[in-house]
Design a protein around this ligand. Sequence first.
Ligand SMILES: [Zn+2]
Length: 234
Amino acid sequence: MMIEGSMNKYDVFVESISRLGLQENTVAAMRGLFEACFPNVLTEATMAQLAAPVDELRKLRSKSLTFHFTDLTMSKDGQAVVHFIVPSQTKGGSVNYDVYIEFIPPKGTLFSMAQGTMRPAQKIALLKSCNVKVFCTCQDLNWHGMKYNLKHVYDSYLEGYESSEGIPPGGEDIAPNVRDPHRHNRVCKHLIAAFKAVLTNWTSIIKAAKTYHVPPSKAHAISEESVPEPGMEP
Ligand SMILES: [Zn+2]
């Protein structure tokens, strides 16, 4: 469910023109104009906001996926990136997909915000409050228009993970005007399942963020930026 206040200007635009009863190709043309004229209205989104518009079939298919929380690393922006490995169901488990979710808290980083003592509910709330940038190595995300939607509807595409196992590097960054004229598909079934797995693996994720040691190669770059105070908002 898209909650009041969580819609960005693009969503409001799409919602408004959908009420006009226009032909699909007119809607697509108007959307293209909006994207060309206002590229700076992109906003970041939480897991719930990215998952909300996903179709029921993908949501259903996500339910049978098994997950392995693999590791937590630091992105080039200094934010925490959680990595899950998902064995493919359709390819007999011979292919693994890699799912990456970068967590960007309202302030600081997951590393700084995970410090100190928090009640379990606060830790879960912290993860839910984060904006996320996401990537999955599956075909669906990279070749069916989601990559475009993540980059051009929301600022939610996690760069730099293209060459992982499972897909040809790159994929397509082309507006899915025929396949998804309303730009509903932002995340694949692996990401839908990963968002749920984040909330069931919160202890491992918060612990990994809390005990993460910055590699020496990154420590210098980060020390030059202002490091936020650890701890939660009261
Ligand atoms: Zn996927």
